[in-house]
Design a protein around this ligand. Structure first.
Ligand code: SF4
Length: 390
């Protein structure tokens, strides 16, 4: 929605977009997860062919724009063979214009990251790893039903840092039973590996997950929001002291190592989501694919896109911009709100912000609305107060 599509002298549009490829397979189900995946790999071959087919069928949606990032997410993309990954990357290059130095990320799980895999990845165009560490402690990994153990989490980072410098890891805080001391140890272990990017989320209890049912039955203690908030602030302090920039609510990067894929997304740039359950955004419309592997494959075998689309209204776009803007260091630009949505939206935004500015949860800096340190953990709630109702 916010990409500039001005023509370059060559007549080409200079906009860029990202391609997200969803790999919907996992070895086992983590107790807290509500992403789309299957633990049966029976349809892997058909799925990979369907992904390639979708790449072809959607080639005209982002005409004359360059692919600047390719992101293999999931699920667990490290369950694909290097040949399958390379095949999909080759297809992207064949069908689309790819920029000169795209960021190509793969999400991997520690238990898959063998020496051979790392060698294969570093010989391929993949240039960024996002590793699902989540915790270095056995009790946390067990509670979440992760497929790896504490030993594997450390071993894989030791190996991965020998092959890649652009590495991100995921860590989860607010896990029932996790003390602040244990969380600090997790952060210190991560820092010892000198990786340049950390994504970190509070454990959330999504409906219909195994975690939700264990909590309901009293088998696992519920998450403690106050403790999660403390751990969030501990993380900011520790990571900022170590030279990380807290550039998005859940993301910390050393300078030059922010995720290009996610930053583009948070700045409202367009992206093409391939695969079951993947979402896309072309600047005006949002679309999403069917969340079922068999339906996805069957539809693409018939050359039909298994997709639903909605056109975003100005209000939808404004609300989305406020939501994502407040989560990032780029904030919400008053000028942009006025230019893209009109004076009415800017006035409304300023009026609605007043209460939060007085409470020191928001502040204005150089025409941008940003959350204060105190407001950071609450940014989604604050954003909803600034939403325009349809
Ligand atoms: S590996 Fe990732 S996608 Fe798969 S079940 Fe666990 S959290 Fe969900």
């Amino acid at each position: 929605m916010h990409s500039s599509k001005s023509s370059s002298p060559s007549g080409k549009l200079d906009g860029a977009f990202g391609i997200y490829i969803h790999i919907p397979f996992c070895k086992q189900a983590c107790h807290y997860c509500d992403f789309h995946f299957s633990t049966s790999l029976k349809k892997k071959d058909e799925l990979v062919n369907a992904l390639a087919k979708e790449l072809v069928l959607r080639k005209d949606e982002f005409k004359n724009q360059n692919v600047d990032t390719i992101y293999f997410g999931g699920g667990t993309p490290s369950l694909l063979s290097i040949e399958e990954l390379q095949f999909l990357i080759d297809e992207v290059y064949k069908i689309y214009d790819v920029s000169e130095s795209p960021e190509i990320t793969i999400e991997v799980n520690p238990d898959d990251l063998t020496h051979q895999k790392l060698n294969d990845y570093s010989d391929s165009p993949i240039n960024r790893l996002s590793i699902g560490i989540q915790s270095f402690f056995e009790e946390d990994l067990k509670l979440m039903n992760r497929a790896h153990n504490s030993e594997e989490a450390k071993r894989c980072l030791e190996e991965a840092t020998k092959h890649f410098d652009n590495i991100s890891i995921d860590l989860i805080y607010g896990i029932p039973g996790m003390s602040n001391e244990r969380w600090i140890q997790n952060l210190e272990t991560a820092l010892a590996f000198n990786i340049p990017h950390i994504s970190s989320y509070a454990l959330t209890v999504e409906p219909k997950t195994a975690l939700a049912s264990f909590i309901k039955k009293g088998i696992i203690k519920n998450v403690d929001d106050d403790l999660a908030q403390e751990q969030f602030h501990i993380m900011i302090e520790k990571l900022e002291a170590a030279g990380f920039i807290h550039y998005e609510l859940s993301n910390f990067g050393k300078p030059e190592y922010f995720s290009r894929n996610n930053s583009a997304y948070w700045q409202g740039k367009p992206y093409l989501g391939i695969g079951p359950s993947a979402h896309s955004f072309d600047g005006k419309n949002r679309s999403w694919n069917v969340r079922n592997n068999s339906k996805y494959i069957n539809s693409l075998e018939k050359n039909i896109l298994p997709i639903e689309t909605e056109t975003l209204s100005a209000t939808d776009k404004y609300n989305e911009y406020v939501m994502t803007g407040l989560r990032t260091i780029w904030g919400v630009s008053l000028e942009k709100v006025e230019q893209e949505f009109g004076e009415k939206y800017k006035t409304y935004l300023l009026e609605q912000s007043q209460k939060h500015i007085i409470e020191q949860l928001l502040y204005l800096d150089d025409g941008k609305l940003l959350v204060t340190k105190k407001g950071k953990f609450l940014s989604d709630g604050i954003a909803s107060d600034l939403f325009m109702l349809n």
